[in-house]
Design a binder for this molecule. Sequence first.
Ligand code: NAP
Length: 286
Amino acid sequence: MLINNETKIMGIIGNPVDHSLSPLMHNRTLDRLGLNYVYLPFLVVPGRLGEAVLGLRALNMVGANVTTPYKGAVIEYLDGLSAEARACGAVNLIKNENGKLVGYNTDGKGFMASLEEEEIIHINNALIIGAGGAARSLVYELAISGVSQINILDMERDKASELARFVSKVHRSSATGALMSDDLFSNLSQNADLIVNCTPVGMLPHVDRSPVVSLHKAQHTAVVYDLIYNPFTTAFLSMARARRLKTMNGLSMLVHQGALTLRILTGAEAPIGFMKEVVLNSFKKQ
Ligand code: NAP
């Protein structure tokens, strides 16, 4: 990669950012596409988010991804929002459009693209564990794609029911939101075509943890999805595999949301296979 006076700058802002695979994935891809851009990680400490966002404009950066814990908080510093970002109240990408900072959300679309890639297209009933930022963008996309029943469980009842009310508003999907419990999860899992872990439970270093104790009532045709990609196979996915259910981890979603980021910021079509290989190789080296 040659950096010169023409190099355009993009990056990721969050706290922490040192675990993110986005700098590696994007820099390798930009290089492969022959685009004169660089993608940098920016650790933003609490209280400095506003300055960091204004810095994007001041430094004439093309844009930046936004990660935990700023996906919601960043909105007040932006000049506009895409339809998805406005609807789900979360931004994971800022684009500098000639000095106007516009917020986008590519998480939900990345998730849907990962399902399409596996030809998982007929979902009627989805069971979502967790009602945080990622769950919000994902249920929005599931609802507008026509999933008729969406059930959401969270450690906070109000968060789950608020998200369910939001889903019912954006589309005619029927939605419920309730406090997570083993019994309720088991009951709801009986009718679910898709069960998704949208919590960080099971992520490195707590690899023995799972958001559920059992998947014994899940249908044999159910797809079990974990947004986590580190580790590759979480305790939750191991449980599903033991029952021979179809499983997916968060790698494909990561790559598809990254491809959308590149399309929005540079206009280029990203090579999905190459991006997956870059991420997979980085795991092999760990
Ligand atoms: P978040 O905003 O912190 O949301 C997580 C939610 O899950 C919170 O509401 C939390 O409740 C709830 N929760 C925690 N433990 C639970 C349990 N045992 N049962 C039910 N609910 C529980 O996090 P996020 O940004 O949505 O991210 C969630 C996960 O998705 C993370 O692991 C993240 O790395 C992953 N992710 C992956 C991709 C990808 O491209 N693959 C993209 C985005 C996110 P409390 O607040 O009460 O703890």
